[in-house]
Design a protein around this ligand. Sequence first.
Ligand SMILES: Cc1ncc(COP(=O)(O)O)c(C=O)c1O
Length: 385
Amino acid sequence: MKPAKALGFATRAIHSGQEPDPLTGAVTVPIYPTSTYVQQGIGEHKGYEYSRVSNPTRTRLEENLAALEGGVAARVYSSGMAAIHAIVSMLKSGDHLVCGNDLYGGTPRLFNQVMADFGLEFTYVDTTEPENVERAIQKNTRMVYVETPTNPLMRISDLAAIATISKRKKVNLVVDNTFMSPYFQQPIALGADLVVHSTTKFLNGHSDGLGGVVVCAKPEHAEKLAFLQKATGAILSPFECWLVLRGVKTLAARMEIHDRSGRIVADFLAKHKKVKAVFYPGLAAHPQHALAKRQMSGFGSMITFETGSLKNANKMLKRLGVCSLGESLGGVETLISHPATMTHAALGEKGRQAIGITDGMVRISVGIEDVHDILDDLDQALSAI
Ligand SMILES: Cc1ncc(COP(=O)(O)O)c(C=O)c1O
């Protein structure tokens, strides 16, 4: 087969790291539920010694995800938060990070309520203006940490511009690419050093397992993360690696449907008289629509909309049928969440107000059901307001 770089995205998703099993020819990667490996003599083995360090099913998933993001290597973890924790574990007390001010709520919770006690320092800025990132970089800054589009406000940051600043200032750029998946956005090609995902979302795609991945552009980061994973142990189990390997085979096909239906649902909501505002980068009225078009090859299926109040949001959410109220995204099923009481509860009311998250906001992850059923369900639910 051609080298991975020369293959199309869907081909890499199905074949990179997913080569037939050399022993039997099985077309799917075997699950190796083993803790250890028999060695032929002292220091003589087949490349595997102990499954906290490495496992063949995990190796295959890491090869696959590195090929999809265009990195040199990847490490997979027991959750997205474990992956983010691994990234900041590369730093030491007194180091500083410049972070987006509209991140998934669990990320600032980890930074402020856990890592700050280990001496890491954080400054949060609106990364939609690259100058804010530049201004916030200090002598002890080691990383810039960006999510784009943001969660839940769907603001877009210019990755190429932030990467140029980060390179000039000699700090590493980390991008959480969970919302777009590598199918629609390629941060490493735009200059990022590390890409993180909650594989729980689009990469797995079937809402049947948690996981996280860090993809590295530089071999020294891959080595450091391998050491840290061996030392700290937050691995993804062979079975859950296999679930992601299975899910990722259909990533390209799923993302196409997510994107197509996402655009239809966003247009429907934008025209609905009960909806006060819609946040979706695919709408021409989105403030960074032009940047989104340039930076991403699709707009995805994450949409936030304003129902006006907590009472309205609750009335509507209680009426859902095809769509489900639940705290996740990126699955084949349409999931709707309420950021103020779910993903962003940890920010507190003041924290939410500061970045514009209201009690009436509802976030939808449009699934791949028949889109007319999703529209009918939203319409009947909105009629309760
Ligand atoms: C953008 C983003 N990053 C990271 C995470 C954390 O991932 P996990 O729930 O797999 O720990 C989430 C979870 O919702 C997320 O939405």
